[in-house]
Write a protein that binds this ligand. Structure first.
Ligand code: FES
Length: 298
């Protein structure tokens, strides 16, 4: 008798637990819906109050979620504010419409190089590009189209796999090397003012990959070092402190089959570089240096 009572009590407790779990789940769903409704109302209010709005079309792709594996464009209406950048508008869309919208960013001041994107048909830094830059007029363009950097594998939405780009950068040994160290412990290794001026622009590279993405040669030749890596080689090959032996070593690296000679001076890299580095010029100068170093006079 007492066993029967215990079993009945256990069954009742289980049933009560199931009911309360179900109710909790229902309450949580209700709360979530209320939050979404309130957010939607807030967005609609902001859009009504805004002087100007524009249409933001964003490339979407998620290989891990059923129903999102097909690449597509999502369109968001965004309120415009003076000084607003493409990155600001992406953040607004993510924060107010879809928190799963994925893109890289960090410094928001054109230093980290993580938000290079394909905006209205051109490689640009999202944080450096104001909406007004897209059509050289007051106010936003009617529509802004944002895609991941072309010629790269898309990981998710606007995020691309940069590994190949980093491998090419690494292959030119992008760090200072010298056999001629100063004698004193704390003595600086000085560079002349003229030499600093010469390499100044090449030091501005932020590894964003915009140049590589814009290059037709890199698109057709996966082994091509690419403008960014060659510019990095230039930065050190032209640094007088590394010495002649190291310069020769560096010229050997960039002279290879998939090195400087692949460049067809199309200037697309120079055109899109967000730091205004004269990439094509640097590549041409290295070509001349390579020829000079191979010339023999008898
Ligand atoms: Fe760092 Fe744009 S967020 S360069």
């Amino acid at each position: 008798m007492s066993t029967q009572v215990t079993e009945q009590a256990e069954t009742e407790t289980e049933a009560q637990e199931e009911t309360s779990a179900f109710q909790e789940e229902r309450e949580a769903k209700k709360r979530q819906k209320a939050i979404e409704r309130a957010e939607k109302e807030r967005v609609e209010k902001r859009l009504r109050e805004a002087d100007e709005t524009f249409e933001l079309k964003v490339f979407r792709y998620d290989p891990e979620v059923e129903g999102k594996m097909e690449p597509r464009f999502d369109t968001f209406r965004v309120p415009f504010k003076k000084g607003m950048t493409v990155l600001d508008s992406l953040m607004w869309a993510r924060d107010h419409y879809d928190s799963s919208l994925t893109f890289r960013h960090s410094c928001r001041q054109a230093i980290c190089g993580s938000d290079a994107l394909f905006v209205n048909g051109k490689q640009r830094l999202g944080c450096k590009t104001q909406l007004t830059d897209l059509h050289d007029q007051e106010g936003p363009p009617a529509s802004v189209r944002v895609e991941p950097l072309p010629h790269n594998e898309v990981v998710k939405d606007l995020v691309v796999d940069m590994q190949h780009f980093y491998d090419q950068m690494e292959s030119v040994e992008p760090y200072f090397q010298t056999n001629e160290l100063p004698s004193g412990d704390l003595e600086e290794q000085r560079q002349t003012r003229e030499n600093r001026e010469k390499v100044k622009m090449s030091t501005r590279c932020i590894w964003c990959g915009a140049c590589m993405s814009s290059c037709n040669i890199a698109a057709g030749d996966n082994q091509y070092l690419g403008p960014a890596a060659i510019n990095k080689a230039y930065r050190f090959a032209m640094d007088e402190r590394e010495g002649e032996d190291m310069k020769e070593h560096r010229l050997n690296i960039i002279e290879q089959e998939h090195g400087v000679w692949r460049c067809q001076t199309q200037f697309s890299c120079t055109e899109v570089c967000p730091k205004d580095i004269p990439l094509t010029e640097h590549i041409q100068e290295l070509k001349r240096e390579a020829v000079k170093s191979n010339l023999k006079f008898w």
